[in-house]
Design a protein around this ligand. Structure first.
Ligand code: FEO
Length: 399
């Protein structure tokens, strides 16, 4: 499959309908993904990014139907992560010596992955590559989301090739933002931001401001995953500015794991308390062991307050909650409040440990925590409702 997106630009990537886990098993991709690769033809021809390694053979074969590989003058590797660089080896076996344009950090990363001394041409922000008429202008995008990440802009056609930024793990035959289900598109876009870009939010804001200051016309934003932003392409840039500004919706998320239903019953009592004290706040409730961890992370991203519960087992918390808290710590969420709860039979460490981990992750623990001995009785459930009421009022007070 290949399709023209402009007179001089053809999409030559791969739609991966089957993908359900990404970054090993770390990230769920309910809607598959795409690996976008773009062929830019002028007097000179440049190929921007490739596809993930398992599709390298299929990709090169497909590319040969679009162009004689010997006519590719330059390869641009905006990012060394192998979902984009995975076909470089196969390609460069066919056209050895073709220059590979990437950042200096990209040279290190590509050498680290492939252990090949390809014809690297390191570039910096502002460097240009003349294609005969139109030019590619390179913009380093350090830590968005790897040290080597880079954007490039095609003059004349006014296209920003943004690599991972503004992308989504979203397979679609249509490939343009105006042709797909908007709810699905934005569900995947915000999940992508929450799970991958949150730790780099300050850099996101700075990079967007840097690009905006250049006053370049942008007709298309072509990321390396998901659809191409064609209709009002800057809408996703405006969303990123909002998401990067310690984003919160009017939402509380209660997350628990449970062994014999005690902590689950408490979680439901907390939810009823939140509702009785705050009728307008969105309330989400998840059993962490039975839900997708990346979907929960996306709900945490949207929340003002989270409430996290686990019974104590072997003096610690259940592992689904430990894993979630580890992920939350890595993502460095800001401006969020939290509380802990859980049942216990004898030693009862989990609530204190959850609170410590929440604090360590940068959340403000706004309640002493609720420990319930054995399976909660009526008075313990009343205490859980009271905790919920306090959380509901806290959410109302948080603008
Ligand atoms: Fe889509 Fe950072 O690779």
């Amino acid at each position: 499959m290949a399709f023209k997106i402009k007179d001089s630009v053809t999409w030559v990537g791969k739609i991966d309908w089957e993908l359900r886990r990404f970054h090993g098993e770390e990230l769920s991709t309910h809607k598959g993904t795409t690996y976008n690769s773009y062929l830019v033809k002028g007097e000179k021809t440049a190929l921007i990014d490739t596809v993930w390694l398992p599709f390298a053979g299929e990709y090169v074969k497909n590319l040969k139907n679009v162009i004689d590989l010997k006519d590719i003058d330059y390869i641009v590797a905006n990012h060394a992560e192998i979902d984009h660089s995975g076909a470089l080896g196969e390609l460069l076996r066919e056209i050895p010596g073709t220059p590979v344009y990437c950042t200096a950090a990209g040279v290190k990363s590509l050498k680290g992955h492939f252990h090949q001394d390809w014809n690297f041409r390191p570039v910096k922000t502002g460097d240009r590559l003349d294609l005969g008429g139109n030019e590619l202008i390179f913009v380093e995008a350090r830590m968005l989301h790897w040290p080597d990440s880079m954007f490039c802009y095609l003059t004349g056609e006014n296209i920003l090739f943004s690599n991972d930024a503004f992308g989504q793990h979203y397979a679609s035959e249509h490939m343009y933002n105006d042709l797909v289900d908007q709810d699905e598109l934005y569900r995947e876009a915000v999940k992508y931001y929450a799970n991958i870009l949150t730790p780099f939010s300050q850099l996101v804001t700075a990079k967007i401001n840097e690009l905006t200051a250049l006053n370049l016309p942008v007709e298309l934003i072509c990321p390396s995953h998901g659809i191409i932003w064609r209709k009002e392409p800057l809408q996703i840039v405006h969303k990123y500015l909002k998401w990067a500004a310690d984003y919160r919706e009017n939402q509380v998320t209660v997350i628990y794991d449970t062994m014999w239903d005690g902590t689950r019953r408490a979680a439901e009592a907390i939810v009823s308390g939140i509702k009785s004290a705050n009728e307008t706040v969105n309330i989400k409730l998840y059993n962490a062991a039975r839900s997708d961890i990346n979907d929960i992370v996306t709900e945490v991203f949207k929340s003002k307050v989270i409430v996290v519960g686990s019974p104590t087992i072997n003096k610690v918390m259940l592992h689904s909650i430990a894993a979630l808290l580890e992920m939350i710590k890595g993502l460095q969420f800001k401006q969020k409040k939290a509380a802990a709860f859980g049942c216990y039979g004898w030693s009862g460490e989990a609530v204190k440990l959850i609170a410590e981990k929440l604090e360590d992750a940068g959340l403000e623990v706004a309640h002493a925590g609720l420990k319930m001995l054995w399976n909660p009785d009526e008075s313990a459930l009343t205490a859980a409702v009271e905790l919920g009421k306090e959380i509901g009022k806290l959410a109302a007070a948080e603008s």
